[in-house]
Design a protein around this ligand. Structure first.
Ligand code: ATP
Length: 436
């Protein structure tokens, strides 16, 4: 029978909101992590993935619900876990060995035993010979190996990882992922269970036995996908691709329901929806490429041809769909008539076409434009817009969405932006004559 190592029940977490009141971050999250299992937590930025991980580590107190480790309630730092971070979090003034020993020191392990265990962990992650090196002498990949050694040296029952590969180049990340799988699968390894936070769908499909997709605002589990593919997994395998598709759909599927529709109707910013963080140049490149391929191609071929990981391609595909420039059916992306018009237009007409598409399809841009036209002097302060968006999405998501809306709107010459004063302005020719 499967033994539950971590058991999360109806977990709820709120934080004080910057503007007063409370920010609900996790709501009614329930799942078990079983012995020998790797779960990946996938979710958009701000969906509470790191917050959930920190609850499992015992670093945060729930606002409601419980976390248990092997049947015992977690009420402080969880002794069965060790955490691996994206940023390596190494002490620059300590050698590799001293950095690895830190975790043991904190747990009161005697110096002689500490040394032996640290050397074994360093060996295990392939850093033999670098015991006395300082972090600055190491590459990013080697630093993250130190991070692994430091987490594994305490022989945690459960390894917790917060985007551990995202600061590494593609090849190093791939090597370390494979090595992580080897470490977890090694018969002598005391650590066989892991919880991984990631933004990368492919990473989740490659590493996890199960993927939990978190919804945003507040974070709750909206989908669970089982990954029953044998290791090593090949991203070109049709089963792998199908799971990437499923996870993508689970991640980006729009919420429906009368309640949210009614709320959306009351505030256009609520209906704004996520805005993919992509540049107009990259989007143009994608559409021009599609046009050269006869207007349609499958996603894997597109990713290959443009040297993108499928994950990195997704925001572009989302943007193209949002603007009405492309349609995704099954695995194929098709250029629409509008998309073809944009791809073939010259610079100036292209801007006009983009302005029309943005106003028609991107509620945030349309709303900014309407608010600017209605404002005294054709000006709007950026913090005001962030504040209004924050009523609907977490602050960092609001800032990111607004940054994209500013870039797109400026390109389309719908408005201008003064970075010094953080003010959005109507273009001079549309501003009221008496405005400064
Ligand atoms: N200590 C805190 N105080 C107040 N708000 C917080 C705190 N920690 C997290 N938050 C907020 O909780 C929300 C979720 O944050 P969290 O980092 O868990 O999300 P995430 O899904 O891991 O995001 P990302 O993918 O961008 O790292 C965010 O809006 C964040 O600003």
């Amino acid at each position: 029978m499967n033994t539950s190592v971590i058991s999360v029940r109806n977990l709820r977490k709120t934080f004080p909101a910057p503007s007063g009141g409370v920010l609900p971050v996790l709501d009614d999250v329930t799942f078990d992590l079983y012995e020998g299992e790797v779960i990946a937590l996938l979710g958009k930025s701000g969906s509470g993935k790191s917050t959930l991980l920190r609850h499992v580590a015992g670093l945060l107190t729930p606002s409601g619900g419980t976390v248990h480790y092997r049947g015992k309630p977690v009420t402080g730092p969880n002794p069965g876990t060790a955490m691996l971070f994206q940023s390596f979090a190494l002490m620059p003034w300590l050698t590799v060995q001293q950095n690895v020993e830190l975790g043991l020191q904190a747990r009161g392990v005697h110096a002689v035993e500490r040394r032996g265990r640290a050397l074994r962990a360093i060996d295990m992650v392939g850093l033999d010979g670098f015991e006395n090196a300082y972090p600055k002498e190491l590459s990013g990949g080697m630093r993250q190996r130190v991070g692994f050694a430091r987490a594994l040296v305490v022989e945690p029952d459960v390894l917790l990882m917060d985007e551990p590969f995202s600061a590494l180049d593609v090849l190093t990340a791939q090597t370390l992922r494979n090595e992580l799988l080897d470490l977890l699968a090694h018969p002598d390894s005391p650590t066989r269970t892991a919880l991984l936070v990631t933004h990368s769908i492919e990473e989740a499909v490659q590493l996890a036995d199960r993927i939990l997709v978190l919804d945003t605002d507040p974070g709750r589990v909206k989908a669970e996908l089982r990954v029953a593919l044998p290791h090593p997994r090949d991203r070109r395998d049709p089963g792998f691709e199908a799971l990437v598709e499923d996870a993508y759909e689970a991640l980006t599927g729009r919420r429906t329901g009368a309640a949210s529709d009614a709320a959306a109707a009351q505030d256009p910013l609520r209906a704004a929806g996520p805005l993919p963080d992509v540049s107009v140049e990259a989007l143009t490149g994608l559409l021009e490429f599609l046009d050269t391929r006869g207007g349609s191609t499958d996603l894997a071929a597109l990713a290959d041809a443009l040297s993108y990981a499928v994950d990195d391609l997704m925001p572009l595909v989302e943007a193209a769909q949002l603007l009405g420039y492309a349609k995704l059916t099954a695995n194929r992306l098709h250029l629409t008539v509008t998309g073809r018009g944009f791809a073939r237009a010259d610079i100036l007409p292209r801007k006009h076409l983009f302005a029309a598409a943005a106003l028609a399809n991107v509620p945030l841009i349309a709303t900014i434009r309407t608010l600017l036209l209605a404002s005294a002097g054709g000006r709007l302060r950026e913090p005001y817009l962030v504040g209004r968006l924050c009523g609907h999405v977490p602050e960092h998501a609001a800032r990111r969405q607004l940054a994209t809306a500013v870039t797109w709107g400026r390109y389309a010459e719908l408005y201008e932006y003064d970075a010094d004063d953080r003010v959005l302005l109507l273009p001079a020719e549309h501003r009221p004559a008496n405005a400064a």
